[in-house]
Design a protein around this ligand. Structure first.
Ligand code: UD1
Length: 363
């Protein structure tokens, strides 16, 4: 049997959640040899290794040890180091995930070597080119051979940009991950006891987007609003991203009354989201997970890529408006619309993706 070598390039926390269902799926197929290349964009134990362990992702075949730096430095180093591995391994496919600098670097390195590129989570748009993620996904989509879209909206976005070939709407691999792990989280996670929280009685917050952390006015406004929420008697829990921690310290932003903790591993985070009264976030993935779990979400941004979550009433874009944030954290308007998770597939996106690779072998 001919073997197909597929090289996945990952580097940042959300990509580990996205690759996990594909690792399971690729392992089932004898025709696939799956290589994992880790750029080490995220390198702290609790931003990286803990996800490989808890999601049972095989150890990476390559660690590129790029680490942090400016966008140009980080992306440039990644392109150089990924290229070296791809020249040595010559995979039939390179797979990149989401919208980080690791995604763009992987796609650029592969396409210049004429190795076909598949983009998982293609077609997402915020229509805000001020976000590094928007630039990464725009460029990646336009040089990818195969575009795996999580939703119909994503497919329409691609078509509007003149991309008509290689598109497959397969559903969302993050939904696959959530469905696979939710029961495990409910059975094994002790995070509520550990943090002494009552179900449906706390706000869970994540903040890490550059547009918020690197703008002192926005960061202060968000943390002011969060402190106001605690005055309403609602505990506020914040698993804090290292980028945000550094900025809060640098700017001496007051964080009294807020329960700031280290970043959490996936199962703990899932359970904490499921049992939250409300989620407040500027992350893309967390908006979606809240929606899958039917927990109301306040998004600390002006726009979202995940429009379905807003259209169904489960997500409100409050930006940094203190009044709105506090009001909706206390009383979230009842989502009147039908749930709509089917817009994100049925938890079998990884299966559909591997079927596309299988077909490509026979063409
Ligand atoms: C990156 C992605 C973002 C994604 C996020 C998930 C880009 C442009 N952004 O943002 O889309 O939502 O990952 O977390 O790729 N740091 C550590 N330890 C780590 C990792 C980072 O201390 O393990 C600190 C470093 O000081 C670094 C800063 O966080 O400079 C930012 O890290 P970086 O990977 O550049 O971007 P993220 O903010 O994590």
């Amino acid at each position: 049997m001919t073997l197909m070598k597929i090289a996945s390039i990952v580097g940042a926390r959300p990509q580990f959640i996205k690759i996990a269902p594909l690792c399971r799926e690729f392992k089932r197929h004898k025709f696939i040899k799956h290589l994992i290349i880790h750029t080490d964009q995220h390198y702290d134990y609790n931003m990286s290794k803990v996800f490989f362990d808890s999601l049972e992702i095989p150890q990476p075949d390559y660690h590129l040890e790029v680490g942090s730096g400016t966008h140009g430095y980080q992306t440039g180093e990644m392109i150089k180091r990924v290229e070296k591995v791809l020249i040595k391994e010559r995979p039939e496919w390179t797979v990149v995930y989401g919208d980080t600098n690791s995604t763009l670097a992987g796609a650029v390195a592969a396409v210049k070597l004429k190795i076909p590129v598949a983009h998982v989570e293609a077609g997402l748009r915020s229509f805000n080119k001020g976000m590094p993620e928007e630039i990464n996904r725009l460029l990646t989509d336009h040089i990818s051979d195969v575009l795996f879209c999580p939703t119909e909206t994503a497919m329409r976005n691609l078509k509007q940009e003149g991309i008509n070939q290689g598109i497959h709407v397969v559903g969302d691999v993050m939904y696959d991950s959530l469905l696979y792990n939710l029961q495990l989280a409910e059975r094994h996670s002790l995070i509520l006891e550990k943090l002494q929280l009552d179900p449906k009685n706390y706000a869970l917050v994540t903040v890490h987007r550059a547009e918020n952390t690197d703008n002192p006015d926005r960061l202060r406004a968000i943390f002011n609003a969060l402190r106001k929420i605690t005055q309403e008697g609602i505990p506020v829990i914040i698993p804090l991203h290292p980028r945000t921690r550094k900025q809060l310290e640098l700017l001496k932003v007051p964080v009294d009354r807020l329960q700031i903790i280290e970043p959490l591993q996936y199962l703990d985070m899932l359970l904490l989201q499921k049992q939250a009264k409300i989620v407040l976030t500027d992350s893309g993935g967390i908006q979606k997970e809240a929606f899958f779990l039917q927990v109301p979400c306040i998004t600390l941004r002006r726009e979202t890529e995940w429009v379905e979550t807003v259209e169904t009433g489960w997500n409100i874009l409050a930006d940094i408006d203190e009044k709105k944030i506090v009001l909706y954290a206390r009383d979230f308007p009842d989502p009147s619309h039908n749930v709509g998770q089917e817009a994100f597939g049925n938890g079998r996106a990884a299966e559909k993706i591997s079927a596309v690779f299988y077909q490509s072998m026979n063409n």
